[in-house]
Design a protein around this ligand. Structure first.
Ligand code: MN
Length: 397
């Protein structure tokens, strides 16, 4: 049996037979990766440095297990548990064991572990091989070059024009279920969308078509924006309020065939919170990302990537936003959108490329690694901004 683990995670190896647990740990993990369960300092240090930690122990109580899961969460690391059952545990679940097994897994998940693997020590544990894979957002091997495109918000005409300026030939052909985007990309280059494809603007379906057809052809990538996430909730038939321009997207896609809805739902579901690219020199996230979250996976990372640094809501029900980039000191350049600004300007090695196209501003792209900014003006103002353009205030310390 092969077990796939992220190359950055916290692995808890639990079992009642101490020697079997230590032996298992030594077989599958390097000695510097194996840390004593009560050595919180070393565990925290390694997780902060984005290095795998394996902890072996009996972990008899829920409190002990929860403490370990909490440490992982604090560092946005996946927490995985491997349970070594006794050698004489039944090879095949007997009647009733299946339900008990499901309950055991659910209990561990309730304690904060993403997954739980049960193994019999002895032959099963010996035959196990562990394969380590990069976390979903770790695409450092992908060196681009990229044309990173800001919040499109349904502004299809401006998108086609901007892509033309970047050297892409975009044709939209056909109608209804047959409508397709055919794109010729400049040799070697790919588009990378920072998300917020939909809402406010006049033509979300064609924007989605361009992004999805380009992605299917290997010509584009995309991270999700908060508007895309909310639209996905609508596609999933969850309760959402049709505000902040979602009413327009819903009206526009009502004319589209069911296959388009399903394809869009599957596509938006597949998007990863952020991308860490180009040997670690570049990260792309819709609302930005803190340095200690780059290349990590847990829920808090996704929240930040979608909404940025926020604190409840103000008296009008709008989220209170803070200027996270003002405190950024990382070496990874971060390109993001989300906050409409009058001009794309570098702040501490971060660049916001949302220049408010749907509000009558511009649609902006950054060529990477050239760091050249390219933009086109909006054809008109499609929506009124709910607050003035520009970065939010710096969080008080
Ligand atoms: Mn936006």
């Amino acid at each position: 049996m092969t077990l796939t683990l992220p190359d950055f995670c916290l692995v808890m190896i639990s079992g009642t037979a101490g020697p079997a647990v230590s032996e298992f740990a030594a077989r599958h993990f390097d000695s510097d990766e194996i840390v004593a369960h009560d050595d919180a300092g070393t565990i925290a240090q390694r997780l902060a440095a984005r290095r795998l930690v394996a902890i072996a122990g009996p972990f008899g109580t829920a409190a002990e297990r929860q403490a370990v899961a909490k440490l992982a969460k604090r560092h946005h690391a996946d927490a995985v548990v491997i349970v070594l059952a006794g050698e004489r545990a039944p090879a095949k679940p007997r009647h009733g064991d299946e339900a008990r097994h499901v309950r055991d897994v659910e209990k561990l998940q309730g304690e904060g572990f993403r997954s739980a693997i049960f193994l019999r020590s002895g032959a099963d544990a010996d035959a196990l091989s562990i394969r380590r894979v990069p976390t979903a957002s770790d695409q450092r091997h992908d060196t681009g070059p990229f044309d990173i495109i800001g919040d499109v918000h349904g502004c299809a005409d401006e998108l086609v024009e901007l892509m033309g300026r970047l050297g892409y030939r975009v044709r939209l052909e056909g109608a209804g279920a047959e409508r397709r985007a055919l794109v010729e990309a400049p040799p070697g280059r790919r588009a990378f969308f920072v998300g917020d494809l939909v809402d406010r603007g006049p033509n979300a379906p064609d924007v989605l078509r361009i992004v999805m057809d380009m992605s299917a052809a290997g010509q584009a990538h995309c991270v999700p924006g908060n508007h895309d996430a909310k639209f996905l909730r609508w596609l999933d038939r969850k309760r959402v309020t049709l505000t902040h321009g979602l009413d327009r997207t819903v009206a526009q896609v009502t004319a589209e065939p069911p296959a388009f809805h399903m394809r869009t739902r599957d596509y938006l579901r597949s998007l990863k919170s952020h991308a860490w690219l180009d040997g670690g020199r570049l990260a792309i996230a819709h609302a930005g990302i803190r340095e200690d979250m780059i290349g990590r996976v847990a829920g808090g990372v996704r929240e930040f990537c979608l909404y940025g640094d926020t604190d409840g809501t103000d008296e009008r029900g709008m989220p209170i936003r803070w200027h996270w980039a003002a405190a950024y000191t990382g070496e990874t350049a971060i390109v993001y959108g989300h906050t409409p600004v009058p001009e794309a300007d570098w702040v501490n090695n971060t660049l916001c490329i949302d220049t408010g196209c749907c509000f009558g501003g511009r649609l902006t792209a950054l060529r990477w690694p050239e760091r050249e900014i390219v933009s086109v003006p909006a054809r008109m103002q499609y929506a009124a901004p709910s607050r003035p353009l520009g970065h939010p205030p710096v969080r008080p310390t």
